[in-house]
Design a protein around this ligand. Structure first.
Ligand code: L34
Length: 278
């Protein structure tokens, strides 16, 4: 028997906690505000951005929305970010990724003031995480740690395998698991014998971006499986990087898609906004 890790309900709990904090700040005269910037109208990004704005509204964080056309010049976006850096009424800045090809994501991320880096993507935030200093944590990996914690899955001493090495998920995920005293392996698309590595995992975090890639033969009996992937097929159905129905019976704990990691990313963003305001 496996246990479903209900990201939606754990995220709802966290949002209740954030709501109370936002209320307390309001009573102290502080209205928390998140600037949400989207360039173009990638349908998936639009869904995620809409969910973020809805969460803001629910917890009592003001969201200031900036929707720029796909052909926005890089300089124009950088100028907007600088303006938001200077704006004292804005506590956090979120520029939804991916950006159009002609804009350098690195440049944009590095232009965001580290004090308003609620995504935790700025090199200063990443550097802090790397050396164990306090700072903004990338929302998806921080949300995964919170999912494990609130589900009673111990990390200390466990074999943790992260599949994927992106700056947004894989790398910070590995660092956070390490901070929790996990024994961490990062595998990726060029890993020679992926199955052999993933079969060792007590905690398997999958962020490879391939629909239903992880099947039962990749999973150790009794493992905890966290699925970061999100794919939409022709008929609008969502699935993850893990073949859920094939894998679930082999696991002790598993996250679904949707309703797993996604809602947690948003809940942690709300938490980071409160921290930014403080
Ligand atoms: N700057 N860009 C920036 N920050 C981020 O933290 C993100 N990420 C990723 C993409 N780009 C980003 C997100 O917000 C992924 N991501 C994200 C956010 C929310 C959801 C999924 C990914 C989400 O709400 N998922 C729902 C289903 C939504 C649907 O219907 O498609 C879920 O239950 O998984």
């Amino acid at each position: 028997m496996f246990q479903l890790i209900d990201g939606k309900s754990i995220a709802a709990q966290i949002k209740e906690e954030v709501k109370e904090e936002a209320e307390r700040l309001k009573q102290a005269g502080i209205q928390v505000c998140l600037a949400v910037v989207q360039v173009g109208n990638d349908p998936a990004s639009s869904v995620y951005v809409r969910n973020k704005k809805k969460a803001c509204e629910y917890v009592g964080i003001r969201s200031a929305s900036f929707e720029l056309p796909e052909d926005t010049a890089e300089d124009e976006l950088l100028e907007l970010v600088r303006r938001l850096n200077e704006d004292d009424s804005v506590n956090g800045i979120l520029v939804q990724l991916p950006l159009p090809e002609h804009i350098s994501e690195d440049k944009v991320i590095q232009t965001i003031s580290p004090d308003k880096d609620v995504d935790g993507f700025h090199p200063e935030s990443v550097g802090r995480l790397c050396i164990g200093e306090k700072g903004f944590l990338s929302c998806t990996p921080a949300g995964i740690i919170e999912l494990l914690r609130r589900s009673g899955v111990e990390i200390q001493g466990k074999e943790c395998v992260v599949v994927g090495r992106s700056n947004i998920v894989g790398k910070p995920m590995a660092l956070l698991l390490l901070k929790e005293n996990g024994t961490v392996t990062i595998a990726h698309s060029r890993t020679a014998d992926l199955k052999e590595i993933t079969q060792r995992a007590d905690i398997l975090i999958v962020a490879i971006g391939r629909p239903r890639f992880i099947t039962a033969d990749y999973v150790k009996e009794g493992a905890t499986v966290i699925d970061v992937g999100i794919h939409r097929n022709e008929d609008g159905h969502l699935c993850g990087d893990v073949d859920f129905d094939n894998v679930k019976e082999k696991t002790a704990f598993i996250t679904p898609v949707p309703g797993g990691v996604g809602p947690m990313t948003i809940a942690m963003l709300m938490k980071n906004c409160i921290a930014a305001a403080k």
